[in-house]
Every structure is written in structure tokens, then in C-alpha cells.
Ligand binder design. Structure first.
Ligand SMILES: CC(C)(COP(=O)(O)OP(=O)(O)OC[C@H]1O[C@@H](n2cnc3c(N)ncnc32)[C@H](O)[C@@H]1OP(=O)(O)O)[C@@H](O)C(=O)NCCC(=O)NCCS
Length: 185
């Protein structure tokens, strides 16, 4: 499967990426572009945040952000930066990412440690699951989670995801979780 496009992707051409915003009760989510390099480097500076993530140096972040921009420009979605609505502060990243090795679209979540325990990851991912099923022709969305990442496994549970298979993701063991379109509440 090639990367699915959002049904109205033409409405999000490259020049208008900056205008896209997805809002939830407490959060504002915007396309994760190269403008977020400093925030992403800082997010990944915390070893607790990166414990179960693939390590990324600054050039790696640059590549990832360019990849996200390309995804937004060509397919109408990609990774997203999360801001707190009340303060505007950058809290972390979420959004949708197509993985060609699995031919699946994943909903991601990684937040700054000081805002864990507030329900932000679940709130952000729920908004993206809803958006994904509204705009993408996919039967399910995934979350690739390290078997020891209990905080992330709890997020998947709260989102009504189920374990689909064991796999290897970024050279680490992973339990691929899925939320099926038909299981939407
Ligand atoms: C995974 C990660 C995003 C989970 O963050 P989190 O804050 O624990 O998850 P949630 O946003 O769902 O918050 C749930 C917690 O907030 C609490 N909470 C407080 N206020 C809340 C509210 N208004 N609504 C919902 N939950 C609320 C819940 O009770 C729960 O607390 P508990 O874990 O003590 O039971 C975070 O640990 C992280 O960024 N880890 C590093 C990156 C990473 O590993 N990402 C995943 C890769 S697969």
C-alpha cells in the first residue's frame, strides 16, 4: 500500500500547512515542521522521554521534520506539535505517521515529562484517531509500543486499542496496537 492521502488533501497544499490546526478541549495541534527543531531536540533531551523511542541526533530530527513536512504537503497529514491552549506552551508531539515497512498509519504520542499525568496524550491521540477515520481510507490506526512502556500501553488501553501483533520497530521489540474504524464509540 502506498501512503494513503487525506480525502481532502488538496485543501492542505504546501503553502497552507501552517494554517492547519486541530483543537481538543485543552490542546491545539499544528503540523510538525522544521520550525519545531529546537522544541523537538529539547523534548528528546530528557532520557525518560526517549527511554522507549529510537534515539535521534539533531540531523536525525531535521530529517524527521522534513519527512513530516513532506507528508503534510503530499498527503494532507503528518506528525503534529501539541500546544496547551491556555498558555500556548509546547507540550510534545502527536499526529499521524505512515510507516512504509508496515503499510500502516500510526498515531503517536510523546510529551514533556512535566505534563505527564494530566491526560494530554490520551486527549491528543483521541482527536487524531477521530480525524484519521474522518479523512483517511484506512481500516485501522496503529500504535507501535515497546512491551515495557507501561505508560504508553495505558494510553492505548484508554483509547480502546487492542494488541494486533508482536513486531520489531526501530530495532526494538514492539506490540503493534490497533484501533479499528468499526470500534469507534
Ligand atoms: C506515554 C506518555 C505520553 C503517557 O503520558 P501520560 O500523561 O501518562 O498519559 P495520559 O495523557 O493518558 O494521562 C493519563 C494520566 O493522567 C491522569 N489525568 C489527570 N487529569 C486527567 C484528565 N483531565 N483527563 C484524563 N486523565 C487525567 C490520569 O489519571 C492518568 O494518570 P495515571 O497514569 O497516574 O493513572 C508519556 O509517558 C511519554 O511522553 N512518554 C515518553 C514518550 C513515549 O514513550 N511515547 C510513546 C511511544 S509508543
Amino acid at each position: 500500500m502506498i501512503q494513503p492521502r487525506a480525502v481532502d488533501a488538496s485543501a492542505i497544499d504546501a503553502s497552507r500547512i501552517d494554517a492547519f490546526e486541530l483543537a481538543s478541549a485543552r490542546l491545539l495541534m499544528r503540523p510538525l515542521t522544521s520550525a519545531y527543531l529546537a522544541e523537538m531536540v529539547d523534548l528528546y533531551r530528557d532520557p525518560e522521554v526517549t527511554r522507549f523511542l529510537a534515539p535521534l541526533d539533531e540531523p536525525g530530527h531535521r530529517r524527521r521534520l522534513e519527512e513530516s513536512e513532506r507528508s503534510w504537503a503530499t498527503c494532507g497529514y503528518g506528525r503534529a506539535a501539541v500546544h496547551e491552549r491556555s498558555s500556548g506552551a509546547f507540550l510534545g508531539r502527536t499526529g499521524l505517521q505512515y510507516w512504509p515497512e508496515f503499510e500502516e498509519v500510526e498515531v503517536g504520542w510523546a510529551f514533556r515529562r512535566e505534563v505527564w499525568g494530566r491526560g494530554y496524550a490520551t486527549e491528543a491521540a483521541r482527536a487524531w484517531i477521530e480525524w484519521g477515520f474522518d479523512h483517511l481510507d484506512v481500516p485501522y490506526l496503529t500504535a507501535n509500543i515497546h512491551p515495557e512502556n507501561t505508560a504508553s500501553l495505558a494510553v492505548a488501553r484508554r483509547l480502546g486499542m487492542e494488541a494486533l501483533r508482536e513486531d520489531v520497530f526501530h530495532e526494538m521489540p514492539s506490540i503493534v496496537h490497533a484501533r479499528f474504524r468499526d470500534s469507534r464509540a
